[in-house]
Design a protein around this ligand. Structure first.
Ligand SMILES: Cc1ncc(COP(=O)(O)O)c(C=O)c1O
Length: 375
């Protein structure tokens, strides 16, 4: 079983699993360049997509890299009714010598399989998941931007494509990988965000799907997020569904807090209600490398709010693939409104951001062999 980046076979070996279709229409150089310049997340997509089909009985088949474009789905396609879908998010980074790399892709593959298992979808070999990514990035290499801080966002996903209305796991499933060029996340510098803590809505509960990267978790976060935005908050922090007292995570990022003694605290994964972020795991490893203590424990909201108020907590940040690290400047709910330190990003927040992005863009050593070369 491939469980570390260094165990992965060579990229050409993996991409050979997804033969490139002939006759794919490519964007003009001008259109591609203007999409790369725009760099708006999830707006422009590359020329190709990777695909594979699963049919119960036959297993995975029809692997290939084909024209990016509209899908043919009937109105009875199971995913449109019961939401049987899982997805992943990772990036391809261009290094100064022109080569293109990705970060811990086997971790996304393993998480994709765990999400799939929870949602009654078929698992797939790690080599197929990474092979689809490698084949797509090799076909669309020109779409990987080279301006500092930019990347090609990769979205592997799998859904119930069977034409059948009935509440059971689908017998036909489609796996696709699409890619979208993205510019630097922090266009105006490293900006702290304001967070609304919702007591009214939860993204997951005990025995639910919180640890799976599945569409419904995001759908249920959209209303609380819209309500928070109306009040001027960028993101929502969710509490546990059982007691509404423990900090869980944001709609699309994990959370960490730095104590005045230099130790760090982040919600434990043990209740299986939180998405196990690969950025989270990587930051915990980098902090362990520095000899820094990170407590993965239950984090009561009262401890977080009181700590921010008293100065016992000096930095709070969110972490995830899209922005790597997002400093949190303010946390508020119906009964409190606190500003973290002076509202500016703290030294550990900034330092971790520089180290992790340095590894991803090849400007710092990669001591754990997390990078995987795609081209
Ligand atoms: C709900 C949620 N939590 C956390 C994360 C962070 O995960 P990762 O660091 O693997 O991107 C994400 C983003 O994928 C997410 O959607």
């Amino acid at each position: 079983m491939t469980s570390t980046t260094s165990q992965l076979p060579a990229p050409r070996e993996l991409s050979a699993r997804f033969p490139l279709a002939e006759g794919v229409v490519q964007a003009s150089d001008e259109d591609r360049e203007s999409a790369l310049r725009r760099g708006a997340f999830g707006v422009d997509f590359t020329d190709h997509m990777a695909q594979a089909i699963f049919t119960r009985g036959a297993g995975w088949h029809s692997h290939g890299v084909v024209q990016y474009g509209a899908l043919t789905l009937t109105p009875s396609s199971s995913v449109l009714h019961y939401g049987q879908e899982v997805f992943e998010g990772l990036k391809a980074y261009r290094h100064a010598d022109g080569s293109v790399w990705t970060f811990r892709p086997e971790q996304n593959a393993l998480r994709h399989n765990r999400s799939a298992r929870r949602m009654g979808l078929p698992e797939q070999p790690v080599e197929d998941f990474v092979g689809g990514i490698a084949a797509l990035v090799q076909a669309d290499e020109a779409w990987v931007p080279s301006t500092p801080g930019s990347s090609l966002y990769l979205r592997p996903f799998m859904f119930a494509s069977e034409h059948f209305l009935g509440v059971r796991a689908a017998d036909e499933v489609t796996f696709l990988v699409v890619a979208s060029p993205v510019g630097p996340y922090f266009v105006n510098g490293f900006q702290p965000i304001d967070i609304w803590v919702t007591r009214e809505y939860h993204r997951s509960g005990p025995g639910g799907t919180g640890a799976a990267k599945t569409a419904g978790n995001y759908a249920s976060s959209l209303l609380p997020k819209a309500l928070a935005r109306e009040q001027g908050f960028e993101e929502v922090l969710f509490l546990d569904g059982a007691t509404a007292s423990l900090v869980e995570e944001l709609g699309g990022m994990n959370i960490m807090a730095v104590r005045s003694d230099g130790t760090v605290v982040t919600p434990s994964l043990r209740h299986e209600t939180i998405l196990p972020g690969i950025t989270r795991a990587s930051l915990i490893q980098l902090m362990a490398d520095q000899g820094r203590r990170v407590d993965e424990v239950d984090l009561p909201l009262t401890d977080l709010v009181d700590g921010i108020r008293s100065g016992a907590i000096t930095e709070v940040f969110a972490c995830g693939t899209a922005a790597v690290i997002t400093p949190i400047g303010r946390l508020a709910s119906d009964d409190f409104d606190v500003t973290v330190a002076d509202g500016a990003p703290g030294p550990l927040t900034t330092g971790l951001y520089e180290v992790l992005t340095g590894i991803q863009y090849g400007t710092r050593p990669d001591p754990h062999g997390w990078l995987y070369r795609l081209t």
